[in-house]
Write a protein that binds this ligand. Structure first.
Ligand code: FAD
Length: 470
């Protein structure tokens, strides 16, 4: 092979634009090969079932886009170091580029590979990943990681956020060959997501611009109402790096410059986007956030393992309508609205006293946006053991939350159709409805819709007592 060859190892960065590893490899001037590895390393968390469904299609779309630029995408499975070795030899690569990832186990794998390859004389370069700022660049006045969001956000806001990069130019003749040794097997149940999502970089850009054009102004006020389609729905695209947080940031800035009156709306959106960086800050600085509570005292929390309750929660059969609606939305679409994520997580960890790690794992498997930082950090936040978590005595009441954020019951009726006929007044608390109203609506509690799995008042008291023991 006479031309120098650079290998780009893609991970959570399935895009062409604003991809520093890809752009630098292309600037090296030789041949460029892209590689994606379905990693089997124990220290790297394998995507859940729904995310695997997304990933396969995202790779398909990326393979085509790279092919048009004259870059072949190779997809393999195995231990990262072994697969890289093999592909480097097969392709005669002299340099390797990647964008960073941040979980402790992932970093260990990457550091080992970097030092092994360098020892063998290869050039290896890592680049900023899909963050607004690298997690170690944001620190308190004492040089420590932040544990509270507001000062973290204030510091991040004042940072210089790098401008997104352009996509690489075309390197050569289009490549149409597909070089996939393997595809990640997505579970059969994920087939129902087909047709519900548009996947890939071009789709992500479209989703962003639709949101900015049509929904940004409604965002601060409307984002808490699950029955309104107001949030951006960028999460799975960000999860796989089909779009970067920087691209979202700069596109929103551009909108603000064109129309200064949207600034207050954009500010709220920026701060939500910054929660993602805050989760990664925690992932980077803490130990194994999917398993270890960030507040140490929670190590001795007495959880009550009730498999029956957990299964009812998973299936959306708790008898608490907004919770059941959320769990069914998750199962049907691979997504759940943020407010409802908080409510279902609170019911599981507080009223049912099920260990937050069980809920985290269910979400991990079912979410198309199941994210290595956002998911565990958010679960810990709701359970009370996370950073900047709500005080333990603040336990959501899913009935009053439903009445407040889904007052007309549209969200519940969509996902729990057996309650469709109930008037708004009872749709969030069918078990309390008078018998004639239930009869008219065709609802029989305990038959067509379950009894509430738990008494919200007494279980709240029990949760307070348990947490008070810590
Ligand atoms: P928008 O409101 O449009 O926000 C834009 C982007 O900002 C999101 O895509 C996301 O990247 C980021 N963001 C917004 N809110 C948050 C937040 N509270 N924390 C961190 N980042 C945020 N988000 C995931 O991306 N993956 C997960 O696995 C995940 N698991 C969660 C589990 C629980 C129990 C809870 C309470 C929240 C979880 N979230 C997770 C955060 C949040 O619910 C989703 O990011 C959001 O609902 C995605 O919808 P959107 O893209 O329309 O959000």
């Amino acid at each position: 092979m006479d031309q120098p060859t650079s290998l780009v190892w893609l991970r959570n960065d399935l895009r062409l634009s604003d991809n520093p590893a890809l752009l630098t490899a292309c600037a090296d001037g030789g041949r460029v090969i892209a590689l994606y590895i379905h990693e089997t390393d124990e220290d790297v968390r394998a995507p859940g079932g729904a995310a695997r469904w997304w990933l396969n299609q995202s790779l398909e779309s990326l393979g085509q886009a790279l092919g048009k630029k004259g870059i072949l995408l190779i997809v393999r499975a195995g231990m990262a170091a072994e697969v890289l070795d093999k592909v480097i030899t097969e392709e005669g690569a002299q340099s390797v580029h990647w964008n960073r990832r941040y979980a402790p186990g992932e970093r260990e794998v990457d550091q080992q590979i970097k030092s092994d390859l360098r020892e063998r004389g290869l050039s290896v370069a890592s680049h900023i990943g899909n963050m607004l700022a690298e997690p170690w660049t944001i620190a308190t006045g004492q040089g420590k990681p932040y544990s509270v969001f507001s000062p973290f956000w204030k510091t991040l806001r004042d940072c210089r956020i790098e401008q997104p990069l352009a996509a690489p130019r075309k390197l050569g003749e289009a490549v149409t060959a597909k070089s996939y040794d393997t595809e990640y097997r997505a579970p059969k149940w994920s087939e129902k997501f087909e047709g519900q999502w548009t996947i890939g970089e071009a789709a992500a850009q479209k989703v962003l611009h639709n949101f900015l054009d049509e929904r940004l102004e409604d965002y601060p006020e409307g984002r808490d109402f699950p029955g309104r389609d107001v949030t951006s729905r960028l999460s799975p695209h960000l999860r796989f790096g089909e779009i970067t947080a920087r691209q979202v940031w700069y596109a929103t800035q551009a909108r603000m410059e064109a129309e200064p009156e949207v600034r207050p709306y954009a500010d709220k959106f920026f701060s939500e986007l910054a929660w993602r960086d805050f989760s990664y800050h925690q992932l980077y600085h803490r130990k194994d956030i999917a398993r270890v509570p960030m507040q140490e005292k929670y190590g001795s929390m007495r959880w009550s393992a009730s498999e029956k309750a957990e299964v009812a929660w998973q299936k959306g059969q708790t008898g608490i309508p907004i919770v059941d609606a959320g769990m069914r939305e998750l199962w049907q679409t691979g997504y759940m609205h943020n407010r409802v994520r908080m409510l279902v997580a609170s019911l599981l960890t507080k009223n049912l006293l099920v260990d937050w790690r069980h809920g985290e794992r269910w979400f991990w498997d079912c979410l198309v946006d199941g994210d290595v930082a956002n998911n565990p950090a958010s679960w810990q936040w709701v359970a009370g053991c996370g950073l900047d978590a709500a005080p333990y005595f603040r336990i959501f009441n899913p009935v009053t939350q439903g009445e407040r954020f889904d007052a007309a019951g549209n969200y519940v009726r969509k996902w729990v159709p057996e309650l469709k006929g109930l008037p708004d007044k009872w749709v969030h608390e069918p078990a309390g409805a008078p018998a004639d109203i239930l009869r008219k609506a065709g609802v029989t509690i305990g038959e067509t819709y379950p009894e509430p799995i738990v008494d919200l008042k007494t279980s709240r008291q029990r949760a307070l007592e348990r947490q008070g023991e810590l």
